[in-house]
Design a protein around this ligand. Structure first.
Ligand SMILES: Cc1cc2nc3c(=O)[nH]c(=O)nc-3n(C[C@H](O)[C@H](O)[C@H](O)COP(=O)(O)O)c2cc1C
Ligand SMILES: Nc1ncnc2c1ncn2[C@@H]1O[C@H](COP(=O)(O)OP(=O)(O)OP(=O)(O)O)[C@@H](O)[C@H]1O
Ligand SMILES: [Mg+2]
Length: 546
């Protein structure tokens, strides 16, 4: 069998492993289900083209075995009479349609065209003939792959059948290694810069493959197999936004300058530290507070911080909660090759995906640590499968890792954090991950009045100014009370301060008007630091500007 021979003769060990695993899944499925009750969902895309040839190889190898009882026809030739379903829509690319039909003819597939949506089409199909299993070219990383295994029953509400996903664990690179090594034909669109194909309305060539040629106005694209980072395979597909707490769409966009300093809305972040030692009190966490200041300095609201144990479930539970509650989660600690370094595994668990070797990350680690940390022993190169993006920067010896809206910082102290932070916010870098929002401005007042005396008026103020964060703190029980007004609108803060309904007969007044963060000195501030005279001298106001 030409496919089998081509892979076995290649010296790509990884491809061979992936191939053998996929063939194993196919053969188990062919042994489990009656051949006439199995269908192959084929749409002419690259993943289903890979699957077609794996099925042919698996079928051929299965038939070679003397004792099989699955009812597979015994004549072996190029023809492959597997039931094949294609959901055709008017919005399909003509190139996809013609490739699908031509391929079906070449290999003798028994193709059935379905012109209904997936669910109704499958309902009709199952009514018409028994169908117990359907082969799909779904891969981890496809939006619909989350939670799926190689054998996954159809979802509740869908007609009952087994979804068989032999290439679930294949990467983009594996797909192209297979197609090029086995030299099988694939749809021509992949040679024109398309890397993942949906409909004519939502798919364009992948901009990362664009060859800029100033002499002609027409854009040219390199072929899909040259895409350097397979995680960006869907960059040519219209993005489906994941819900964001501020209703403002996803924060991140690959390859785009995302400085957005005019934005007056606020994005929220949570900061999670992982470390038993912090919980024991043995180590004082300085990265967390520093990160909070940095986020605040670029206009982000940190709405939650937590310290969790070095334990997969503790990490998973916290990440699971925060990734949906806030726009971005920052997590640090518990990252490395030690037994206690469980952060990545916890993140994988929170997303319901497996840990899998990441070749690119492994390459970076190999440069850094040489042979000490390679091959199977390199636990650090295991990353959550299908959701991981590497954030490159020339200042970083090893890229930062992002799993959807969770950013993993490897910083163990404030100096290391400085470097990683700068890489994240640097807008010119194409991996820039943080949108710079309009900075917060704040005003701080100090009073010697007791809490009992200020309580009611401050509560009243909070009701009147829900857009301003009005907070109170004191550095000692006997010392002055400090009242802070934090928001994005200078004028509103001034109004709130002026509206402070103060009791009479109380102590001195001080106020300070500033942006409390020092990390970014170019931010808009309300005034200068230092003590200023009280704006009112009627003897009634009892707060001083700080
Ligand atoms: C044969 C087949 C079986 C499917 N089974 C399911 C299923 O059990 N549950 C489900 O939610 N979606 C199912 N889908 C839909 C896919 O998950 C997904 O929505 C589809 O591939 C469209 O992806 P797209 O929206 O990216 O084009 C199935 C699709 C096909 C073709
Ligand atoms: N219109 C369709 N008809 C039949 N099967 C489909 C259709 N759309 C998707 N599928 C099934 O779902 C799988 C995943 O679809 P997906 O679009 O991600 O992959 P692909 O089309 O094979 O490759 P690409 O990612 O390059 O578009 C396909 O491999 C195929 O098995
Ligand atoms: Mg795909």
């Amino acid at each position: 069998m030409e496919i089998d021979r081509a892979i076995r003769e290649s010296d790509d060990k990884r491809l061979k492993t992936k191939y053998n695993n996929a063939i194993y899944v196919i053969q188990r499925a062919l042994a489990l289900y009656k051949f006439e009750e199995v269908a192959f969902s084929f749409n002419g895309g690259k993943d289903s083209t890979v699957l077609l040839h794996l099925l042919r190889a698996g079928y051929f190898l299965h038939k070679e075995k003397p004792d099989h009882s699955s009812g597979i026809p015994t004549n072996c030739d190029l023809k492959f009479p597997l039931r094949t379903i294609y959901f055709e829509t008017p919005s399909a690319f003509p190139e996809i349609n013609s490739f699908t039909y031509k391929t079906a003819e070449t290999y003798g597939l028994q193709i059935e065209i379905i012109r209904l949506d997936f669910k109704s089409g499958l309902e009709a199909l199952l009514m018409e003939k028994p169908t117990t299993a359907i082969f799909l070219g779904t891969r981890i990383g496809d939006p619909n792959a989350v939670g799926q295994e190689q054998f996954s029953p159809s979802s509740p509400g869908w007609p009952p059948f087994m979804r068989v996903n032999p290439i679930l664990d294949w990467s983009y690179r594996d797909v192209w290694a297979f197609l090029l090594t086995s030299k099988v034909p694939y749809c021509s669109l992949y040679d024109q810069g398309y890397t993942s194909i949906g409909s004519i309305y939502d798919t364009v060539p992948n901009a990362l493959l664009c060859i800029s040629d100033s002499s002609c106005s027409k854009e040219n694209f390199r072929p899909a197999y040259l895409l350097p980072d397979g995680r960006l395979e869907r960059a040519g597909r219209a993005k489906k936004c994941y819900p964001s707490a501020c209703g403002d769409g996803p924060v991140l966009s690959n390859g785009l300058n995302n400085v957005d300093s005019h934005q007056t809305s606020t994005l929220t972040a949570s900061v999670i530290a992982v470390g038993d030692e912090i919980l024991f009190g043995t180590v004082e966490d300085q990265v967390g507070p520093s990160l909070c200041r940095k986020l605040h300095s670029i206009g982000w609201a940190v709405s939650h911080t937590a310290v969790v144990r070095n334990d997969i479930d503790s990490v998973a539970e916290e990440v699971e909660r925060q990734k949906s509650a806030t726009d971005m989660v920052f997590i640090f600690g518990g990252f490395g090759p030690l037994h206690s370094d469980v952060t990545m595994a916890g993140i994988a668990k929170s997303f319901g995906v497996r840990m899998a070797p990441d070749e690119e990350f492994e390459e970076y680690l190999r440069h850094l640590t040489g042979d000490q940390c390679t091959g199977d022993r390199n636990e650090m190169a295991q990353l959550p499968e299908g959701i991981t993006e590497l954030l490159h920067h020339e200042m970083l010896p090893v890229p930062l890792i992002k799993c959807q809206n969770v950013i993993i910082l490897s910083a163990t102290n404030v100096t290391e954090l400085e470097v990683q932070w700068d890489c994240l916010v640097e807008s010119k870098n194409c991996s820039s991950q943080l949108r710079l929002m309009a900075p917060f401005v704040s005003k701080h007042l100090s009073t010697t009045l007791s809490d009992v005396k200020t309580a009611r008026c401050l509560s009243q103020l909070c009701l009147e100014f829900p857009d301003i964060r009005i907070g109170c703190y004191r550095k000692s029980r006997m010392g002055p009370q400090i009242v802070s007004f934090v928001g994005k609108d200078h004028a509103r803060i001034e109004l709130a301060v002026q509206a402070l309904p103060l009791p009479t007969n109380s102590g001195p007044l001080k106020s300070k008007l500033d942006n409390p963060t020092t990390a970014h000195s170019n931010h808009n501030v309300l005034g200068t630091r230092g003590f200023a005279p009280c704006p009112d001298s009627d003897g009634k106001r009892r707060f001083l500007n700080l």
